[in-house]
Design a protein around this ligand. Structure first.
Ligand code: MN
Length: 306
């Protein structure tokens, strides 16, 4: 990146993630990179995404105008990346689970920078609770309920969690798209008791309302909620770096609002940002959207702590 214009009155968000905060800063948000890429059905370089998301923070400030928060009032700690880029999904299960568990110790919440969507199963297990006491909210165009016959992939983390014992009634999936999923997997979702909100309904309700209702429902069933934000829930025009995005998805503003609501909810322990393959991106639009979700989640966390 070319020389940045430095303005002491315009603090950049990457400095906040590096630890710069006010004297009265409260709480703790930890960020951990999980550059897993070998689970992808469409091969890509999702291992590069933690870096591009962090780099995108340079182009944001810490000021949330809508909610009146400055992120420098929240302490942040960047744990760097777990060295799992060359591991198979199977070999990465235990390291991810343990790393997420450690990251949560003493933190109010953790944001994970994927990596492909196969990080979601071990990361949710890393919350360290009995799965009966866990809930999952996915913001994703896909069910991620594909068969486990070929092993763990980015297309089957939700199926794997169901098999592990996560109750279907503890799962809400927002942003599911027609013609991007099969009838067979739709039946599995319904049979398991998963609440499915297609993108059309999410948009007509409004994302704040839809996500609030989902978290309200899940918080009655579980102690700890995991949010899986697959950026392919956005319209392909906004998420060219995600192999799975299709025209007709959510906007960057929709997902940013969703991330804020999730950050504000007391039972949300972890949010992941997955499926970005940076070499496919155009003008950094997907990484910038993901970075804004991290910042909005952090702003929501400030609301939670106030
Ligand atoms: Mn997905």
């Amino acid at each position: 990146m070319s020389q940045l214009y430095e303005d002491p009155y315009w603090p950049r968000a990457h400095r906040w993630l590096a630890g710069e905060c006010t004297n009265t800063a409260r709480g703790l948000l930890r960020v951990l990179g999980l550059p897993l890429t070998l689970g992808s059905i469409t091969p890509g370089r999702c291992d590069l995404a933690p870096k591009t998301i962090r780099d995108a923070l340079v182009r944001y400030s810490t000021c949330d105008i809508v909610h009146g928060h400055d992120l420098r009032d929240l302490r942040a700690e960047d744990l760097g990346d777990l060295p799992i880029g060359a591991l198979s999904v199977e070999d990465a299960q235990q390291p991810i689970e343990q790393a997420v568990h450690r990251a949560l110790e003493g933190a109010d919440a953790v944001v994970l920078l994927g990596g492909d969507n196969s990080i979601t199963r071990p990361a949710l297990r890393g919350m360290g609770k009995n799965l009966q006491q866990c809930a999952l909210l996915t913001l994703d165009a896909h069910f991620d309920l594909r068969t486990l016959e070929g092993g763990l992939r980015n297309g089957n983390p939700v199926r794997a969690l169901l098999e592990d014992g996560l109750p279907g009634e503890n799962i809400v999936q927002i942003g599911i798209q027609s013609f991007a999923n099969s009838s067979e997997y739709f039946r599995i979702a319904l049979h398991a008791g998963i609440h499915v909100l297609p993108v059309e309904e999410a948009q007509s309700q409004g994302m704040e309302k839809a996500v609030n209702a989902a978290l309200q429902h899940l918080s009655q069933k579980a102690e700890a909620i995991y949010v899986d934000l697959d950026l392919d829930v956005m319209d392909r025009a906004f998420a060219p770096a995600t192999p799975g995005a299709r025209p007709g998805g959510l906007t960057p503003l929709d997902v940013r609002r969703a991330a804020y609501v999730c950050g504000a909810h007391p039972k949300v322990h972890v949010m992941d940002l997955v499926e970005i393959a940076p070499p496919r991106d155009i003008n950094d639009v997907t990484s910038l959207a993901a970075a804004a979700c991290l910042l909005s989640f952090a702003s929501g966390l400030l609301e939670r702590l106030s």
